[in-house]
Design a protein around this ligand. Structure first.
Ligand code: FES
Length: 180
């Protein structure tokens, strides 16, 4: 490389000036590269860094509208679950019950083989349509093939809304074990 003197004649750049420009160029390239890498890394690690607290909870409804529930109240959730980069939607059924003055949520999945269990107001119990398993109004197993009671779900009140942490549990075992 060369520069020009006041008469317009070519003058070669000294080596220290050239090396300074080289370092400057290298730093600028590194800086730009780092800037471009940020969104790529955020995309790659999104499933690991996504805020699980927000996505785990699903709204059931306002507490005011369900607080005087006398018999199990059926609600269908609008659930979105993330598995890595894949998001799946489902509409599982839950029942809201009163338990000692507090609202509690039950999964409607039969603990035998996973059929959705409806509440039978005539019999005042849950009756599974698949193999006839029955549960009391608070979800306790009464009769039939299920080996445990209906699974209760974590719930909380936030901003006047009842929120449920919906989970699936292993069927046909006598204990409650989360599978997703
Ligand atoms: Fe409910 Fe079998 S699936 S009793």
């Amino acid at each position: 490389m060369e520069s020009r003197d006041h008469k317009g004649q070519a003058v070669p750049l000294d080596s220290s000036r050239r090396s300074f420009l080289g370092v400057l160029l290298g730093l600028a390239s590194t800086f730009v590269g780092a800037l471009l890498a940020v969104p790529v890394l955020r995309y790659i690690f999104y499933p690991l860094t996504a805020n699980a607290d927000d996505s785990d909870w699903t709204e059931v409804g306002s507490v005011a509208s369900i607080s005087d529930v006398q018999t199990p109240l059926r609600r269908t959730l609008d659930l979105k679950q993330r598995d890595g980069w894949r998001e799946t939607a489902s509409q599982p059924v839950v029942y809201i019950i009163q338990d000692g003055g507090k609202l509690r949520a039950l999964s409607a999945v039969c603990t035998h083989l996973g059929c959705t269990v409806p509440w039978d107001p005539g019999r005042n119990e849950f009756v599974c349509p698949c193999h006839g398993g029955t549960y009391s109004a608070d979800g306790k197993h009464i009769s039939g093939p299920p080996r445990r009671s209906l699974d209760s779900l974590e719930s909380k009140v936030s901003g006047g809304k009842l929120m449920v942490k919906y989970q699936y549990f292993r069927p046909d075992v006598p204990y409650k074990k989360v599978i997703s």
